[in-house]
Design a protein around this ligand. Sequence first.
Ligand SMILES: Cc1ncc(COP(=O)(O)O)c(C=O)c1O
Length: 413
Amino acid sequence: MNELNTPLRTIMTPGPVEVDPRVLRAMSTPILGQFDPEFTKIMNENMAMIRELYQTKNHWAYPIDGTSRSGLEAVIASLIQPGDNVLIPIFGRFGHLFAEICERYGAVIHTIECPWGDVFDPEDIISEMDRVKPKFVTLVHGETSTGRMQPLEKVGHACRERDVILIVDAVATIGGADVKVDDWCLDAVIGGSQKCLSVPSGMAPITYNDRVEKIILSRKKVERGIATEEDHKQFTSSPIRSNYFDLSQLQDYWSDRRLNHHTEATSMNYALREGLRLILEEGLEARFRRHKLHEKALVAGIEAMGLTLFGDPTCKMPTVTCVNVPKGVDPDAVRNTLLNEFGIEIAGSFGSLQGKIWRIGTMGYSCRKENVLFVLAGLEATLIQQGFAVNRGEALQAALQVYVSQKKQKVIG
Ligand SMILES: Cc1ncc(COP(=O)(O)O)c(C=O)c1O
């Protein structure tokens, strides 16, 4: 077997994306024991930076070891008990994922759906909430399968007024678009590492407030082999069904008690720390502006080429651009040529959109001018090869124009 030698790619998918070189360097830091004060200091630093990322004063803000869906499952497993009413508005694949996980934990689910490519009018969610009277609402913020972003603020306030717990999947938006946990009254929020954070897949930073903690503590159980007499006295008739995803145990581990749960993923904590440091160094507002700028350049190029965008433009995610596959063009052949000839990866989609759209991500470290220009150049050349009549040479000019006018604005500003 040869030494690992992977090709260098330009990754323009909605995740995983290119990892910042500083993060890769941090990952080669020597391992520390999980109770070493030098390491628990890093855990605390990560908690503090996750709070800033989520714009929250919540005490609980820490990563779940696992991919983003491990964060979704940890929150759902720890909160939802058999028979709980859950309202799940679905506008793409990941709404269905919420429904799937909630069902497995015994929830009585009520789903409402809107066409893929749209989002819900918040009033429609609120009136459904008044009809169903759920204990929980789950909502995806950035639906990567359709490239749409659901406004959360009104729903968040409505949930708070009705004492409903709102669980949000911000996997694809956190670090790339505003997620104001406290201002928008989001009770539990799950993020992902491999998208706008530019860290490899394998960690899901979550945050939750006191309302959520109260439910978790009512189900608290300490593992028999490590429980003290005091722990044994705390009896619960409804312990959290999952051991790995038991937030009552995980919060003990992420507290000063440092009660052992699993062996912490040391190198991923290093990676997350550097990813978070990079975000806070850049500044949240500046980072969101950067994502909007490159999205604008990409969209200008796509449209100038003669292609059309999929979905309602008023709720488009700034971090994902969905492009309609033109008639007569083989979507997979285009993606294969981009990968094999240019080393560029873009994505297809799922379910009813499979074969109909391409999804191009502009996330985190991948969200750079040279990547946007390269993907436009590669796409144009590939479409010409496929016999599609593109407006030759116009895509790059349109994208460059966006960058030029942005520079001019800066100078004037
Ligand atoms: C919006 C959203 N939620 C959840 C997930 C699941 O994430 P993971 O594959 O990291 O478990 C994804 C992954 O693409 C996603 O885009």
